[in-house]
Design a protein around this ligand. Sequence first.
Ligand SMILES: [Cu+2]
Length: 667
Amino acid sequence: MPQPQQRRLTATSLLFAFSAALCLSQPATVRAETLGNTPPLHPLDSLSKKEILATVEVLRASGKTTDTSRYSLITLHEPPKNEVLRFQPGTPFGRESFAVVYERATNQTSEAIVDLQKQSLLSWKTISGVQPSFLLEDADILQHAVRVDPRFPDIMRRRGITDLARVGIGDWPGGYYGDPADNGTRFRRAVFTYRDSQNQSDRPIENLTADVDLNTSKVIRWTDGDVVPIPPAGPGLGGLPAAPTRDAPKPLIIQQPQGPTFDIHDHEIRWQNWRFRFGFNSREGLVLYTVGYEDAGRLRSVLYRGTCSEMAVPYGDPGMNWFFKNAFDGGEDSFGRYASMLEPLRDYPDNATTFNLMLPSENGDTFEIPRAVALYERDGGLLWKHYDKDHNQSESRRARELVLSWVATVGNYDYGFNWVFHQDGSLEMEVLLTGFMDCKATTLKTAQAVGHHQGDLKFGHLVAQNLIAVHHQHFFNFRLDMDVDGTNNSVVEMNTSALPPGADNPYKNAFTMTETLFHTEQEAERQMSLNDNRRWTIINPSVKGSLGYPVGYTLLPGENAVPYAAPDSWLRKRAAFTNAHFWTTPYDPSQMFAAGFYVNQSKGEDGLQRWVEAKRSIENQDVVVWYTMGITHIPRPEEYPVMTVHKAGFMLVPNAFFVQNPADGLP
Ligand SMILES: [Cu+2]
């Protein structure tokens, strides 16, 4: 949620291209570096500081932008995939940037592509009817507009507040609910708290919102409902526990005296046969690139590009302060910008290598986030074991995992995203949910007064006296551009079912697994099914493993949820990626974000659900799979004042990709 606290090739040639990239440079281990401080060494390296500033300079020099222009996004304009896959280290490559520019005075949004080598503008397009993601300046405008609004003092006085400095003003995207008045106007919705704690959610001023026109800097609408007494300050005043109440555990020292097992070669990370790169941008955060696995001296591709493409966090309370809360942290707020500075020994262990980030600021400058990405090995528990009873012998191996980690702090919530590389050839996405829950004021002190799920408690759970944490869901969509042993892939669904009793199932124990190949993207819009033990495998139909199966990677879902907002609700139209857990589309570089590119105040006209209407073929070609993961959060008192980490995620596991378990080869 909002309120920022701070400021195409054949399989064979592809494999060749991957392999060629291996040998040219010497290993070099680094313990910390700033992404963007060194010149790009690879076509997918994120924009350097110099390149960000050059983009702005080209736009200014061409007369397209001025000092009042705002850069909602400046990021690498990724080269065509076939160019990247053909790239040979040490050879020259093109660099282009992509920018989204907003002109507040004319309410106009434009997209630019800049050639960074020729220092020239390649294209400039004005996009009508859209709003780029939230700008920090929007928050300032909102604050100011509310504070100078002549109605503000009276509205607060009605709630017994005369010291207006104590009124905290938060801001949320207002979304879109079919109101023609919302068309075209850039707006954001103010919500209010009474402040004497750091945790603004502690003391909500309920039933009050103000919509601010961010172009005219005026409050266009106050929605002022019944007064609810402001809750007293919560237990750990400030939202966080005030003082330690127990002894710390004894030291546990994590050290790698010989250094980490991974190497970084020209920004490529190599660990336990894995090879990958990563980049970072303010919209998507961390982007995992060109993941491959070195198998018997041959680098085999697995995933070309993996990101969290969008999020939506819908709240389940129909009240006036809650119905619109469904933050799209990617498209509305560009959560990459809110990468959190990570704290040594807490956010990551002592053996980590960290990376600072260089990101564009909206006025055309840059800012650095220290230690925003951490890369480290961790103990992975038991990898495999067998105890041979006859010979009284035990064989086992300890697992090591490599974690690539970053945290987005978007308003009250902190979302950790860990890509975890395993020694058995599995790749995992581990999402960590922590931070503060968004809370609502109530006159209730205990649940007995109204019955546990009645009245004010119908849409939330008391977490403290006079404080309800509201039911909500967190939906994430992961865009996974899979390249299993090359770019030409297909997708099959695996369903397991019981055989009906009969002559071939006399003991009624039989069950079988069937696979269905998807032909079109429309067929591939799928729900999870526990009854069918449903999974999806991305296969390369042209490459057969040693046992005759096509090589593949299977997506193993973890915790998931179905959306509770009605299918015809505006939220579901806008977050239509929540309509299915699994999607497949043909590779299209213009389709990167599950809810569309321009999500702020969107009406649901772009995104996965619309794209698949084209019924394009997804058979034996470059495909992208999209996994939607949901967490239904029914709050517990123990999650207050701060939520301990809740983990959820999914795995990509090799399926007939290897001749045998790669973990067998571990000494
Ligand atoms: Cu939650």
